[in-house]
Design a protein around this ligand. Structure first.
Ligand code: ADP
Ligand code: MG
Length: 245
């Protein structure tokens, strides 16, 4: 297993955002992680990427215990993640933004620039465009490009494809495919079921900090507990999330 999260939990005060979750991912897999808003998906990613310390549980990456390692150590070992709300360096070009990631493995400026340029090209962004001129889709794409520049073995994508038009979505799915085909193992959090159906063969469903179902995408959308988790939350969310599920 490339990644093994065992009984990972995270409490904020006496509220358990993640209440003991297991996830094992083999090298080369692409696994989906779905669940209603507030289910604990991003907090779980924070634990996996070293952005927050789990309250309990254990995380192994490639056999190494990374439970207490810093986010920088995670990046060095090859765990990369995007953020649901990406940070963009507004006054820097797309290329310079991506170089920030490239410096992790290419300390010399020219090497970093060369590496970043290849990643920008693959991502379909314009290298000279200023960060501040990017819309949400561009920022998400830039977030993916920056983490790719760190050369991850495992990539955690947190709603990186949300808010795209159908055309942009097709391109973004193709980009994730290319990343996967280049040998990167992926765990993807996404609400859009089309994305999950298209990209993954295995899905975990989170609800209230726990894994309530897992299986193929086709299996989980028929699972009674999953339907209840999405639909048992009031009429307003009902229609929106049902459409996505
Ligand atoms: P998801 O990504 O599935 O939408 P999150 O992991 O963002 O869910 O959030 C899970 C729960 O934990 C939510 O109720 C959220 O409000 C809470 N939460 C997340 N981060 C914090 C924090 N830093 N402090 C307190 N509560 C938090
Ligand atoms: Mg989230």
């Amino acid at each position: 297993m490339l990644l093994e999260a065992q009984n990972v939990a995270k409490a904020f005060g006496n509220f358990w955002a993640v209440g003991g979750a297991d996830l094992a991912v083999a090298e080369g897999e692409i696994v989906g992680l779905i669940g209603p808003n507030g289910a604990g998906k991003s907090t779980f990613f924070n634990c996996l990427a070293g952005d927050t310390l789990p309250t309990s549980g254990r995380i192994l990456f490639n056999g190494v215990d990374v439970t207490h390692a810093s986010s920088e150590a995670h990046a060095r070992l090859g765990i990369g993640r995007t953020f649901q709300v990406p940070t963009t360096f507004e006054d820097m070009s797309v290329l310079d933004n991506v170089m920030v990631g490239a410096f992790l493995r290419h300390p010399h400026r020219n090497d970093a620039r060369e590496h970043a340029r290849r990643i920008v090209e693959m991502s379909g962004l314009r290298p000279d465009q200023p960060g501040r001129s990017l819309g949400t889709p561009g920022r998400k794409r830039l977030g993916i490009a920056r983490v790719l520049a760190t050369e991850p073995r495992l990539l955690l994508l947190d709603e990186s494809l949300a808010g795209l038009t159908p055309g942009e979505l097709r391109e973004a799915i193709a980009l994730v495919r290319r990343i996967h085909e280049s040998g990167v193992t992926i765990v993807i959090v996404e609400h859009i079921m089309e994305v999950i159906m298209t990209l993954t063969r295995r899905v975990l469903v989170f609800n209230q900090g726990r894994v309530i179902a897992s299986g193929t995408p086709e299996q989980v959308v028929r699972d009674a507990a999953v339907i209840e988790a999405y639909l048992g939350r009031g009429a307003q969310r009902h229609s929106r999330e049902r459409k996505n599920l």
